[in-house]
Design a binder for this molecule. Structure first.
Ligand SMILES: *Cc1c(COP(=O)(O)O)cnc(C)c1O
Length: 380
């Protein structure tokens, strides 16, 4: 099998699994307990917050564990609206956000919010001047993703943060595709809230975090006990937290080399596909791009058909985003970059991870050449 869907989820790193084991077996105590067994859990949670905070340039008490990226996005946006709507009801986001952000904004529109969905250019970048023009006196939140999960484009997050800060507006970024892959600094980028998810960088599924800057007055997401400083109640997922912490440590240890390696494989694959398959278009920015992201459109081909044939050869990839496949509409991201519908339908995303080898990339490229040729030959 050749796994090229690392933007959807990654293999759990062995050290993450190992780090989880004690909390699934011997250390099952409630972190809120007074007894010593509980303190092992509590220590693991504190340690994980310290580890994560250090990577971000944040403080441990600014890290809140959640069930993943979706929950973090929901919390940040819904709670920012409810906590700050007395000041204004306007939110700015982009048309290429993950559905965890877009559907949350749609929901808030039904509850009185006004939302501006910024356009992006053909490479998927937002326009900073347009962002600035979209700001109104009643704007309370800007939520722009750090990098896009489908096309890999990385936004000018620092500049966005500076604009938000200059206007006194909260800035949330969905960094699920970036955290653990590339360095992130919340202070330098003026980020008030940041979403991340463990399973996108070698951690287990069902665990993530929301960074909430200490000056942000965000209401609680889950109401109940006093966990997470009363803002996210519920007995902590200690094993998940320990597993994610191990994945964070690992990700930061290998980050530089891994990014370099994946970028080289990415360029190799893009170049090969563009050269060997006529009428192929690269989607997303050519260089402001996630290391492992390849998203290409083949004219006169259905992406879904390509995926099925790739799967028959043991190759895992996706078309558009994994969350939208199943629904046959061209993805909202590909539409937003202005891709013609027939090209959008022929798009395939291959996302390279740490374990992929040059041989695997060669095999995937050769399979794609064969498959696209075959589909085109059988079409009228
Ligand atoms: C995967 C992903 C999410 C959702 O994260 P989960 O942990 O699966 O809920 C949100 N945003 C982006 C950009 C993603 O890639």
């Amino acid at each position: 099998m050749i796994y090229l869907d690392n933007a959807a989820t990654t293999k759990t790193a062995p050290e993450a699994v190992e780090a989880m084991m004690p909390y699934l077996t011997d250390y099952y105590g409630n972190a809120g307990g007074i007894y010593r067994l509980g303190s092992e859990s509590k220590k693991a949670i504190i340690r994980a917050k310290e580890t994560i905070a250090e990577t971000l340039g944040a403080e441990p008490n600014e890290i809140y564990f959640t069930s993943g990226g979706t929950e973090s996005d929901n919390w940040a946006i819904k709670a920012a609206y409810e906590s700050y709507c007395g000041r204004g009801k306007h939110i700015i986001t982009s048309k290429i956000e993950h559905h965890a952000v877009l559907h949350t904004c749609k929901y808030l529109e039904q509850r009185g919010a006004e939302v501006t969905y910024l356009d992006v250019d053909g490479d998927g970048l937002i326009d900073l001047e347009r962002l600035e023009r979209a700001i109104r006196p009643d704007t309370i939140l800007i939520s722009i993703m750090y990098a896009n999960n489908e096309i890999g484009t990385i936004q000018p997050v620092r500049e966005i943060g500076e604009i938000a800060a200059a206007h006194g507006i909260l800035f949330h970024t969905d960094a699920v595709q970036v955290y653990g892959q590339l360095p992130v600094d919340v202070r330098k980028c003026h980020i008030d809230m940041l979403s991340a998810s463990g399973h996108k960088f070698g951690g287990p599924k069902g665990i993530g975090f929301l960074y909430i800057g200490k000056e942000v007055k965000l209401r609680a997401f889950m109401h109940g006990g006093q966990q997470e400083r009363g803002r996210r109640a519920g007995t902590e997922n200690v094993a998940g937290i320990a597993g994610m912490e191990a994945a964070v440590k690992r990700a930061y240890r290998v980050m530089e080399e891994k990014a370099k390696r994946e970028t080289a494989l990415r360029e190799y694959l893009i170049e090969k596909l563009m050269r060997e398959i006529p009428d192929t278009k690269l989607n997303g920015h050519p260089v402001k791009r996630l290391p492992g992201n390849v998203n290409v459109s083949f004219a006169s081909v259905e992406g879904e058909a390509v995926l099925i044939m790739l799967d028959m050869e043991g190759i895992c990839a996706s078309s558009g985003s994994a969350c939208t496949s199943g629904a046959l509409d061209p993805s909202h991201v590909l539409r937003a970059i202005g891709l013609a519908p027939e090209l959008a339908r022929g798009s395939v995303r291959l996302t390279i991870g740490e374990d992929n080898t040059r041989e695997e990339i060669d095999a995937a490229a050769e399979a794609l050449v064969r498959i696209v040729r075959k589909i085109r030959a059988t079409a009228v």
